[in-house]
Design a protein around this ligand. Structure first.
Ligand code: FAD
Ligand code: DLZ
Ligand code: SF4
Length: 509
């Protein structure tokens, strides 16, 4: 009996556990471009093209290395368009009854594989620095699962940025130095490396253009790397040009520069084209060689060694119901301006336009512009989550869901975040150049011209007062509200209600 080895579109790593355990002489690798995966949310065309092109190149590489690969292209005649149905079709074709798979990064697909009428052996995905079991052991018995403590454990475990048992430079975390605003960031810098599409990618681009033109997002110009060599060149480019200022401008936002000093490697890491430990080691080397300061390198390594691993741990620990949680009971529909309809809010307009063009926005745009607005306005977290999963090239449920349901929308009731990430317009004004030239007045507190974030901020705090008033980190905000004069408070809430009514009536806001 033959055995099938399933490799999904985000499992494109030569060191994959499935390949280590498979038999090159007798096993058959199954890879498939299927409509079910490309359209269960309407993924950005750039994301679909990236995954299909990278899958094709990875399959070719496996074949060159002597593997037998059964590859289904999207337009193959017999494509049945599901991962499960493709496995069944290949099982019949090769008279196979066993499948070797790596645990997918989404409960939906895990269930799909478990329900197959074949013997499926699912191996842990060991492309992470912390296994599910290790995260469980760390989390067990803790009242709060704070990333910072997990991160320190990971530093000790890997030895990254450690001087013996002490953190390099004397501090575990240099975030205090990392909050320079956009005003300081207006220097010329190289954006991410842009790679011209080769023949394989160009063929995929034509296919995606023909099939997914109705999905939100610009397919061209397409510049993502689609193989390991390109992903590594992109990483090298980041380390040489933007890592040194990564820390300083981590939270800054500029309308004309959506990338600032960010790495733009999430899509490569999550698809398996880059290895997280190697990426961290490269950054550590830049610090050791004096090419980048400690606040930049520590900040960058923390994102990958800390946040990325922690977020994955949360996804699997919390279980299949996690992505559906709605602790704050928010039910409003996602406004059309998330899909590019006009809005007067310059910050939202800029973040959405960039997302449409690049399938990318950096962390603070995701958290403090689109996420902040959705939370303040009480949008249904499920609709918010589906949007994030669809529009970003690096989005897979294991990483998207804890970031959106947990960190951004507080819909998990506080598993990830100790308090909701909400702000008024003042924060956005400090960290960005969006507010200059916005239709709304960022200093306006009431009235038609007031920044909607200012109105909704108080509306959010007051409608959830019972839940948050006892949170010591939020006490100051409630004290400020209570000190405001009564007429002013009534006006703020009335103006916020009026804004939300206009949102519900799909009036331009
Ligand atoms: P950089 O800022 O250069 O950081 C380097 C790397 O650190 C990233 O590539 C990523 O691998 C890792 N990283 C940083 N922050 C996080 C985090 N919070 N969680 C996990 N990894 C992190 N990241 C995704 O990979 N996929 C998502 O679907 C996703 N959705 C998000 C949704 C929201 C609402 C928020 C607030 C954050 C989300 N993030 C997501 C985290 C973060 O925004 C992206 O990883 C980052 O913007 C990717 O761009 P970059 O490669 O330039 O990252
Ligand atoms: C995201 C995605 C897309 C768009 N298309 C495919 C595909 O056609 N075939 C495939 O094997 N994987 C694809 N993927 C990635 C899967 O959706 C991903 O493996 C799961 O979401 C789990 O992370
Ligand atoms: Fe956004 Fe308000 Fe600033 Fe306009 S004024 S860009 S709505 S924060």
């Amino acid at each position: 009996m033959r055995r099938l080895v399933l490799i999904l579109g985000d499992q494109l790593s030569p060191g994959l556990a499935g390949l280590r355990q498979a038999d090159r002489d007798s096993d058959i690798i199954v890879m498939a471009e299927v409509m079910d995966e490309a359209s269960y949310v309407k993924h950005h065309p750039k994301k679909i093209a990236f995954i299909f092109a990278a899958m094709r190149k990875f399959a070719a590489e496996l074949e060159q290395n002597g593997w037998r690969v059964s590859y289904t292209r999207l337009d193959s005649k017999n494509n049945s368009h599901g991962i499960d149905s493709e496995l069944l079709r290949r099982a019949a074709e090769f008279e196979a009854s066993e499948v070797l798979a790596i645990e997918p990064g989404e409960w939906r697909l895990i269930q799909l594989l478990e329900d197959l009428p074949l013997t499926v052996r699912m191996l842990p995905d060991d492309r992470f620095l912390s296994s599910r079991a290790e995260f469980e052991a760390w989390a067990e018995g803790r009242k709060q699962l704070r990333m910072e403590y997990f991160y320190r454990e990971m530093r000790r475990k890997t030895g990254l940025l450690m001087d013996g048992d002490k953190p390099a430079g004397g501090k575990w975390n240099y975030d205090h130095d990392n909050r320079k605003p956009a005003a300081d960031a207006g220097l010329f810098r190289d954006g991410p490396l842009r790679i011209a599409p080769d023949a394989v990618t160009s063929e995929v681009l034509d296919l995606v253009e023909a099939r997914f033109d109705h999905h939100f997002g610009d397919l061209r110009p397409f510049w993502f790397a689609t193989d390991r060599a390109g992903a590594e060149a992109s990483l090298d480019h980041f380390i040489a040009h933007r890592l040194p200022t990564f820390g300083d401008y981590q939270d800054a936002m500029l309308a004309e520069d959506g990338f600032l000093s960010h790495a733009v490697i999430g899509l490569y890491l999550n698809a398996g084209l880059l290895d997280p430990l190697e990426v961290c080691r490269r950054a550590e080397r830049a610090y050791a060689d004096g090419q980048a300061p400690i606040n930049a390198v520590e900040g960058f390594i923390r994102q990958i060694l800390g946040w990325r691993e922690y977020i994955r741990g949360i996804y699997f620990r919390e279980g299949p119901d996690y992505p559906k949680r709605n602790a704050l009971g928010h039910t409003r529909h996602l406004p059309d301006f998330f899909w590019g309809a006009p809005t007067h809010m310059r910050c939202i307009e800029a973040a959405v336009a960039q997302t449409r063009a690049e399938a990318y926005a950096h962390h603070i745009q995701r958290l403090m512009v689109t996420g902040n607005f959705a939370l303040l306005a009480g949008i249904d977290p499920q609709e918010v989550s589906d949007w994030y999963l669809a529009v970003y090239a690096d989005a897979y449920e294991w990483v998207e869901s804890p970031n959106v349901i947990g960190m951004s929308q507080f819909a998990d009731g506080g598993v990830v975040a100790s308090k909701p990430y909400v702000s008024s317009g003042a924060y956005l004004d400090r960290m960005s150049d969006y507010c200059k030239g916005c239709h709304y007045k960022v200093r306006g507190k009431t009235g038609e011209a007031a920044c909607p974030f200012n109105l909704l901020y108080w509306h959010f705090l007051i409608r959830h007062r019972d839940r948050f008033a006892g949170n010591p980190r939020m006490a100051q905000m409630y004290r400020t509200w209570d000190r405001m004069d009564e007429v002013r408070r009534a006006t703020v809430l009335k103006d916020a209600e009026r804004f939300l009514a206009r949102l519900d009536d799909a009036e331009p806001v």
